[in-house]
Design a protein around this ligand. Structure first.
Ligand code: 7GP
Length: 803
């Protein structure tokens, strides 16, 4: 938008007076933040209503991204950037003596997600608006986001994250768009006067779903889409007879949107979770149909105007819920309703971890959602009947929805969708050949790949302004909207000045991060050291443990020979563990104890440090990633569906140290073997071990003296404070088979780490690799990913043609 500094300053002063009756000199950061937030809302409001109007007028097909999680991060700077007024506002505020960087910290970091899946959803909505795709987010307005992590004595402690405490400046409550969601009760079918079977309900518990809408502002265009998050409330009543039972009921209802479940890649079959899933699914679909009806088209044409995306299985009840509405409210017959439903729905799988696959006890569904239960059973009956004529019975049994008293949500999502996609090439191949092979035999054409992506606006333009400036000076700014243009940077691969500048920028970012760590953790880190970063959820398959064992090997090397020629390192970890995931929490404690051991040792000063940041989330990622030299992507091959921190780190010039897992494979293809550090078992070797059962981790402990010594350190008191954890982790690796092949991959990991140690010494060579990584990262922009979803899955328009 066009905005002069003068106009902005006038607007800001006026808004401050209107809202707070204050002068700038009287105002504090909080008032200033809310004033700016309100101002941005007013700047984008016209485009927001115009975008909606246009969608209606042109009868545009719209996509709705249903996701339990949207891990947005702070929105102030991102909105300023997308509106094109970041510098104007920064300068205007400066004239008032207000520092924008300080102001942004007033905004809480909305942690409405666990990890990759939720952050992907946030990158996607940004990219959808930027690519002018008519698509919106639909989710839950959790009162409490993902817990706040604290370390007490090295242990993870979880505290509530009350992000809404001071209100959310970006949202608008839309009472007129509220809908009712029904739980429990009895349902029966009765013929009406016209002879049509109609469902009747009694004794239901009704919940009012109230939407809170936020603007999703496109970058450098006039598109403003909507993120709609639902909040659960008690429906208004004017006949309250028992006050206390009313309060009780109210609390029970409000608990539905109270708190995000903190499990990542893990399934817990709790009733409240099922309520949450149905709640936002039913509310979302009801509101979509309400909107659709404004176009006065027959329901048979729904799929021509509406696409609904099921982000992992959490919203899989979309399938029976749309069926319910089409059958019961719109009186369609089953076959037509089913045809519409399948054409509307599409589904993404985000993990192959079997513990993440949702299965709900059919009895739980029957009591909570009696009509949905009937519909699921009927879908299942028809599926098995039809498939029995085409496939062997064992395959039909394996693929049916209701089995062993459980509803398999992935099966429901696959059967009820026209498209099923994985999130990286390797992941999709594994789905087709292994995890979902039976379904691939039944529906080969449903399967497709959409490799994940990241929003380069947040992860480069905002997080790393010095790098952004350098890129702009070298190749202009075409890449901001056509990210593969970053390729042009390759022309500078041998340009010493550019490479030196790159090195300087990295150094600056490292110094900034070091300063932050000094302030927040009271820890000094050597900025000449290699900053070696592993930031992601704590999960055994991601193998933070492998990283830690290698750190211990360096520790012993230096202790044995204080003069050892080792490049100084700072190992940076950020990771939350699910509160019920004991093993992951033990690993956190162990890392913290090793950190204490190393960080307090004078002999290691400036050579080795561990920084385990508390409460890792989007805002911390924005500080860490620009400062990273090495990007640890070391999951056991076949286990990480894609990964997205690998893309963010690469875009910021870190060198990837990786197994050939998830999207690492595509990163390797992009930058070439010379510019990435690959190690470890390949996916087919892992499966070979599974088949022949020939991996015996104990042999590695017994036969590899380096490993032997490191593993003994876990149990012989070398690491004070973590004796119990050390024993338990030792046992998991040596005694109980080492499920994720940590010991098997150790040597190959350590060897590559040593190569990194040498490579880093040659600054030009290192920065040349960094430059090639930055140049190659464009293809991993979520702009391209959503453009492919738009054209290949949703069939909705988008501005730029897909690659
Ligand atoms: C994650 C995957 O672990 C990660 O590899 C991928 O990059 C990301 O999704 C986005 O596709 N999965 C989750 O965050 C998750 O909770 C369980 O999966 C359903």
């Amino acid at each position: 938008m066009d905005l002069s500094k003068r106009k902005f300053k006038e607007d800001f002063k006026k808004m401050l007076t209107e809202v707070y009756s204050m002068d700038i000199s009287e105002s504090e950061s909080t008032e200033q933040f809310f004033t700016l937030g309100n101002l941005l809302r007013s700047y984008s409001s016209k485009n927001w209503s115009r975008t909606n109007q246009q969608y209606i007028e042109k009868q545009k097909k719209q996509a709705y991204y249903f996701s339990m999680e949207f891990l947005l991060g702070r929105m102030l700077k991102s909105n300023l950037l997308n509106l094109g007024i970041l510098d104007t506002v920064r300068n205007g505020l400066q004239d008032f003596g207000i520092d924008l960087e300080q102001l942004i910290t007033i905004e809480p970091d909305p942690g409405l997600g666990n990890g990759g899946l939720g952050r992907l959803a946030a990158c996607f909505i940004d990219s959808m608006a930027t690519s002018e795709i008519p698509a919106h987010g639909n989710g839950i307005r959790f009162k409490y986001g993902l817990f706040k992590q604290k370390f007490v004595n090295g242990y993870q402690v979880e505290l509530p994250e009350n992000w809404l405490q001071n209100g959310n400046v970006w949202e608008t409550r839309k009472m007129h768009a509220a809908v009712t969601v029904r739980f429990y009760g009895k349902v029966w079918l009765e013929q009406n006067a016209a002879g049509v079977l109609e469902p009747h309900y009694s004794d239901t518990q009704d919940v009012l779903a109230v939407p809170y809408d936020s603007a999703v502002i496109g970058y450098d265009n006039s598109t403003v889409n909507t993120l709609r998050l639902w909040s659960a409330e008690i429906p208004p009543k004017d006949d309250i007879t028992d006050y206390w039972s009313y309060i009780h009921q109210r609390n029970q209802i409000e608990s539905i949107s109270e708190v995000l479940y903190p499990d990542d890649s893990n399934y817990e079959g709790r009733l409240l979770r099922l309520k949450q899933e149905y709640f936002f699914v039913s509310a979302g679909i009801q509101s979509i149909l309400r909107h659709y009806k404004k176009m006065h088209l027959h329901m048979n044409h729904l799929a021509e105007k509406v696409a609904i995306h099921i982000n992992d299985t959490h919203p899989a009840l979309c399938v029976p819920e749309l069926m319910r509405l089409l059958l019961d409210e719109e009186h369609m017959d089953w076959d037509h309703a089913w045809n519409v439903t399948v054409n509307v729905m599409s589904y993404t799988n985000h993990t192959i971890m079997s513990e993440a696959l949702e299965k709900w006890p059919i009895d739980m569904i029957r009591s909570l959602l009696p009509r949905i239960d009937q519909i699921i059973c009927e879908i299942d009956r028809r599926f098995t009947m039809k498939m029995s004529t085409l496939f062997e019975s064992a395959l039909v049994e394996r693929t049916r929805i209701v089995e062993g008293g459980n509803v398999k949500m992935a099966h429901l999502a696959i059967i009820g969708s026209h498209s099923v996609n994985g999130v990286a090439q390797l992941h999709t191949t594994i789905l087709k050949e292994k995890v979902l092979h039976d379904f691939f035999l039944i529906y080969p054409s449903k399967f497709n790949n959409k490799t994940n992506g990241i929003a380069q606006r947040r992860w480069l333009m905002l997080a790393n302004e010095p790098l952004r400036d350098l890129i702009q000076r070298k190749i202009g700014n075409e890449w901001e909207t056509t990210p593969t243009e970053l390729n042009m940077l390759k022309a500078f691969r041998d340009d010493k000045d550019t490479l030196h500048e790159l090195a300087q920028i990295k150094q600056l970012n490292k110094e900034r991060f070091a300063e932050y760590i000094k302030q927040t953790m009271n820890l000094e880190i050597n900025t000449d050291a290699i900053f070696d970063v592993q930031i992601k959820r704590l999960h055994a398959y991601k193998r933070q443990l492998l990283n830690l064992l290698h750190i211990l090997s360096l520790y012993f090397k230096i202790k044995d020979d204080p003069q050892a020629d080792i490049q100084p390192r700072v190992f940076i970890f950020g990771a939350k563990a699910a509160p019920s995931y004991t093993y992951a929490k033990q690993i956190i404690k162990l890392i913290n104890s090793v950190a204490d051991l190393i960080n307090q040792d004078r002999e290691l000063e400036n050579k080795l440090k561990i920084v385990f940041v508390e409460n890792y989330g989007v805002s911390l990622a924005e500080k860490i990633i620009p400062a990273a030299d090495v990007s640890e992507q070391i999951s056991l091959a076949s286990k990480e569906a894609s990964g997205t921190s690998n893309m963010k780190l690469m875009l910021n010039g870190a060198i990837t140290l990786a197994t050939l897992d998830g999207a690492n494979v595509e990163i390797r293809d992009r930058v070439g073997d010379q510019n990435i550090m690959i190690f470890g078992l390949r996916e087919n070797e892992v499966y070979q071990y599974y088949r022949d059962g020939s991996y015996h981790s104990r042999n590695y402990y017994e036969r590899n003296p380096v490993l032997h010594r490191i593993l003994d350190a876990l149990i012989d008191g070398t690491i004070p404070g973590a004796e119990a954890e050390g024993h338990s982790i030792f046992d998991s690796l040596v005694q109980y088979g080492d499920e994720y092949f940590v010991l098997r991959d150790f040597d190959s990991y350590a060897a590559v780490q040593e190569r990194i140690d040498h490579l880093y010494r040659d600054t030009l060579k290192w920065q040349r690799m960094a430059l090639i990584n930055i140049a190659g990262a464009g293809i991993f922009s979520s702009d391209y990913t959503v453009q492919q979803y738009a054209s290949q899955i949703w069939d909705v328009s988008s501005k730029v043609h897909p690659l």
